[in-house]
Design a protein around this ligand. Structure first.
Ligand SMILES: [Zn+2]
Length: 643
């Protein structure tokens, strides 16, 4: 009936249909108790997720709508994925967000949304960029605006503190990079660093591509220059380029260091790695995490490597900055670097957006490999096929390519072994004894357990058993036991969570709801017809009502964005990309469902009147009782006629 919007605002019934004031008052009382502050907070909290996040609020919905209308989602997504036509105004692709062999990622040109039938990710063009490129709402909006030449109003500190700080940090890092590069080029000030760079023997082109620079020895070189350029101390401090000394004054963190800019996937400099040129320890220091830089979501070199990765359908993962730059220097451009930190699921997912195969180059000894290989499980878990290799004589890629050639390196990469074979070979010294071999088998179980494809898993298990000269069936039993124990240990909370999410999802809409919304969407005149019929009827609570309300407010590219609840967005996406309905079927579905809404609304209204009638009778208010009775009769007539 009367509604509470997801912002917790009470929408009076009178905005839907004229009603007796007493009815309104009694509903107001019910609502104020039924929706406790907790409940309001929870529903409001939902706005932070996905479409319609809080950020949306700083731009008028008109701007968002304009940007969305000017960018055809098919064109936007085609810039990232290979879209294949599937029916009128529909396209399919392999989903970039989950691992699949047959395409279930659907893009609808009519509705300007995408929806994956496999993992249920969905949204409009802005959501796609947020999800795919890891951008914030504002960055995605700006990118789409730039794409079609729409000028967005500038962000100010008052509008959005976080976004403003991020923008300032990007500006500052850009400024700092230009400064460091200029010092490196300076005939006098940069000579020490240029001397060091000579020992690295990288081409000028490569050092320029990666924007290398030099932070000279001095306590406030960058600080003063940045202040003079108008950067505030607060921004300077949060960048981590300067910090407070004991006496409270600020000083440069990076001194006498070769500066390596670290970019995000869109090419913004988000941090710096600094290599010491003297004998200071540690040899490398990195910018700290801040509003802009989240270590777990950045892979060094990905911005530069991503196009070639896509082309070659493979990524090479190395450890250090210079391993990566050496590869690029030698014309191998599909390389990313972990830079000494353990790989995170976010980083693995980043790689998975562009390729399905990774070759990991270890430059550790057997003991190091034993430790490092566990981290590789994260890659397999993200759905990547992982192969691994080490270079002869314990060399790292930098040394190896310098000493040999890029062709030889490429050949080693081409011939890299699968993870199982690699691991057994790297631990060859342990394969002499039964204990050694069973120990290795158990190490491998951990790696095999994360592979999601059961067939592939079994093949790996066979391979492990054969290579270790163990009985396959015995191995299989042990492995099953291992997985069971692992699940019992780790996955209990996840399973419960997944289960409750499933229940929520199942409860939010039915097949009938989906078909009904699909039917309404199939033809604009059906929307008009529904609006006309329902103009005096309160829309039902829940996702169906929410979508109808949004459609009645005006169709367009941004309908999905005007939906507040996740349930409504899920339903909208499922309906807009689901099976197409024949026109007569759609018409019948809409007519039936709308008749039901009208009836339900009347029945509810009658029940409310009945309740008030009882109250009036109890209070002995004859006049009011009569008034209500006549209303009730008129309503009952309407209901009977509708049947
Ligand atoms: Zn998917």
């Amino acid at each position: 009936m009367c509604g509470l919007t997801t912002q917790g605002r009470f929408v009076p019934c009178s905005s839907f249909f004229p009603v007796n004031r007493h009815v309104l008052r009694s509903f107001g009382a019910v609502l104020s108790t039924a929706f406790s502050p907790d409940r309001v907070t929870n529903t409001t909290g939902a706005r932070f997720r996905g479409i319609g996040s809080l950020n949306t609020k700083k731009f008028s919905s008109q701007i968002v709508s304009d940007v969305l209308s000017a960018n055809d989602i098919v064109g936007v997504i085609a810039g990232y994925l290979e879209l294949k036509p599937a029916g009128t105004a529909r396209f399919k692709a392999l989903c970039p967000f989950h691992n699949e062999k047959t395409p279930s990622f659907t893009v609808s040109r009519d509705r300007q949304i995408y929806y994956c039938f496999g993992c249920e990710k969905h949204g409009d063009a802005i959501n796609f960029l947020q999800e795919y490129e890891g951008l914030t709402f504002y960055e995605a909006l700006r990118k789409l605006a730039d794409r079609v030449g729409i000028r967005l109003p500038a962000t100010t500190e008052r509008d959005n503190k976080d976004e403003f700080l991020r923008t300032q940090l990007i500006e500052l890092n850009k400024f700092a990079q230009a400064h460091f590069a200029q010092v490196l080029d300076d005939p006098l000030k940069g000579s020490a660093c240029r001397h060091y760079m000579k020992t690295r023997s990288l081409k000028q082109e490569t050092t320029k591509k990666f924007g290398l620079g030099y932070a000279p020895d001095g306590w406030s070189v960058l600080l003063e220059k940045a202040r003079a350029a108008g950067f505030k101390d607060t921004v300077l401090e949060s960048s981590g380029l300067v910090k407070h000394g004991e006496r409270g004054s600020l000083y440069d963190v990076f001194r006498n260091r070769l500066m390596i800019p670290i970019r995000d996937v869109s090419g913004n400099i988000v941090a710096f790695g600094g290599r010491d040129l003297g004998d200071a320890t540690p040899k490398y220091i990195n910018s700290p995490e801040n509003a802009l830089y989240k270590k777990s979501r950045i892979l060094y070199g990905l911005f530069e490597a991503r196009d070639t990765m896509k082309k070659e359908k493979r990524a090479i993962l190395v450890e250090g900055y210079f391993d990566l730059m050496r590869c690029f220097d030698a014309g191998i451009d599909n390389v990313v670097a972990s830079c000494g930190t353990a790989l995170t699921p976010e980083q693995a997912a980043l790689i998975h957006r562009y390729v399905r195969e990774v070759v990991v180059v270890f430059d550790a000894d057997a003991a190091g490999i034993r430790a490092a290989i566990r981290g590789v499980g994260v890659l397999a878990n993200a759905g990547l096929t992982v192969r691994a290799m080490t270079l002869p004589d314990g060399k790292d890629p930098d040394d190896y390519i310098k000493a040999h050639s890029s062709a030889e390196f490429r050949q080693l990469v081409d011939n890299a072994a699968d993870l199982i074979t690699f691991y057994i070979a790297a631990n060859a010294q342990n394969t002499a004894t039964i204990e050694g071999r069973t120990g290795l088998a158990r190490d491998l179980f951990g790696l095999i357990a994360v592979i999601s494809d059961p067939l592939q898993r079994d093949e790996y298990l066979k391979l492990a058993a054969a290579s270790l000269r163990l009985d396959y069936w015995r191995c299989r039993d042990e492995f099953t036991q291992f997985v069971r124990e692992q699940q019992a240990r780790q996955q209990r909370p996840t399973t419960t969570l997944a289960k409750s999410a499933d229940v929520a999802k199942n409860a939010s809409f039915t097949q009938h709801d989906r078909d009904f919304i699909a039917a309404v969407l199939s033809n604009e005149t059906l929307v008009d017809k529904a609006q006309e019929t329902l103009k005096d009827v309160p829309l039902p609570a829940g996702p169906v009502g929410e979508i109808l309300r949004a459609l009645f407010d005006g169709a367009g590219a941004d309908v999905a964005r005007r939906l507040d609840s996740d349930e409504a967005r899920d339903l909208y996406a499922a309906a807009a990309t689901g099976r197409e309905l024949a026109p007569d079927v759609a018409q019948r579905l809409v007519a039936q469902r709308i008749a039901r809404f009208v009836k339900q609304a009347r029945v509810a209204e009658a029940a409310a009147i009945q309740q008030q009638l009882q109250d009036a009778q109890r209070a002995n208010d004859q006049g009011r009782a009569l008034e209500l009775m006549s209303k009730k009769i008129a309503l009952e007539r309407k209901i009977a006629n509708a049947l």
